[in-house]
Design a protein around this ligand. Structure first.
Ligand code: ZN
Length: 304
């Protein structure tokens, strides 16, 4: 959301009488009485009134300015205070700065405005980096694969085409911020055998830049979704199968579900509960390669 100065179209040095004048103009334009039934005008009017209320009150304005400066400092210098957002649409607006992990420092190109600099809204600005956690099924984590991923990000406002204005006034959709939030979906590629909690950086899929600035990146922390049959231990996948006492006694061929197929193993006669058998090459990929660990099959003999 745009800051109160932008909303009123003023700056820090605008004299009080001009703020009042500006407010009256805007209030007249967006007053619910002159925009019958327009929810947008009603919301807009509320925001304008709030901005006016805060910026014309010395104490409130000081508090507001301090809060904004604090927010910008946090965005520009880290450390990152946000915890990981889950992928259900909650997202991080932290200004496209360093990611706070993976050792990447702040980028020097397309610096965002800080409170020491006058903010120029037409300056090319890099888009936001976005970070989410993504639940990935164990088979995809273990052997790699693609999956669709849906999230929301800032993109150029369609109504004003990123100019922030419309005709004489401010763009009603983005309120002069030049961007709007839009849901997007992409196919993500999980490399084979990534560690749990591994962070994928997908360049350019973060928020779009402003005024020709480059887009931010999308950072996804891979979290393995628990599976009823499989558990990963480094490069091996563990599974448990239940067999009858008769079958355990006699032994014989047994079909076992693997991550990506079914394999027939030979159960030895006299097998006991807790005994294990390895199926080589049916585990997780090793070091992002084609070689794979084992599937460790543990037998559980059902009581009669
Ligand atoms: Zn717009």
């Amino acid at each position: 959301m745009a800051d109160f100065y932008t909303i009123l179209g003023i700056d820090k040095n605008t004299p009080l009488k001009d703020i009042k004048k500006r407010y009256r103009e805007l209030a007249r334009k967006h007053h619910p009485d002159t925009n019958q039934g327009s929810k947008e005008a009603e919301d807009r009017f509320k925001v304008i009134s709030e901005a006016y209320d805060v910026l014309t009150n010395k104490k409130k304005r000081l508090e507001y300015d301090q809060k904004q400066a604090h927010k910008r400092r946090a965005e520009n210098r880290g450390p990152r205070r946000s915890s990981w957002a889950h992928s259900d649409g909650d997202f991080d607006f932290s200004g496209g700065r360093s990611s706070g992990f993976g050792g990447q420092g702040p980028r020097d190109d397309f610096r965002q405005a800080t409170e020491e600099q006058a903010y120029d809204p037409s300056m090319p600005t890099r888009g936001f980096d976005l970070q989410f956690m993504v639940d990935v099924p164990i088979d995809i984590v273990a052997i790699g694969g693609q999956m669709p991923y849906a999230y929301e990000k800032y993109v150029t406002c369609r109504t004003c085409d990123g100019s922030g204005g419309l005709g004489e006034g401010e763009c009603p959709r983005c309120r002069g911020t030049r961007q709007e939030v839009r849901p997007v979906s992409i196919d993500i590629t999980i490399p084979p055998g990534v560690a749990d909690q591994y962070t994928l950086r997908i360049p350019g899929e973060g928020g779009e830049g402003k005024n020709g600035g480059p887009p931010g990146d999308l950072l996804l922390k891979v979290v393995t979704r628990p599976h009823p049959l499989f558990r990963r231990v480094r490069n091996d996948i563990h599974t448990e199968v239940r067999i009858s006492p008769q079958f355990a006694e006699q032994g014989g061929p047994l079909d076992v579900k693997t991550l990506d197929s079914v394999k027939t193993i030979q159960v030895e006669e006299g097998t006991l509960t807790g005994e294990e058998q390895r199926i080589p090459g049916e585990g997780a990929a090793i070091l992002w390669g084609k070689k794979r660990g084992d599937l460790v099959v543990k037998f559980h003999i059902d009581e009669e």
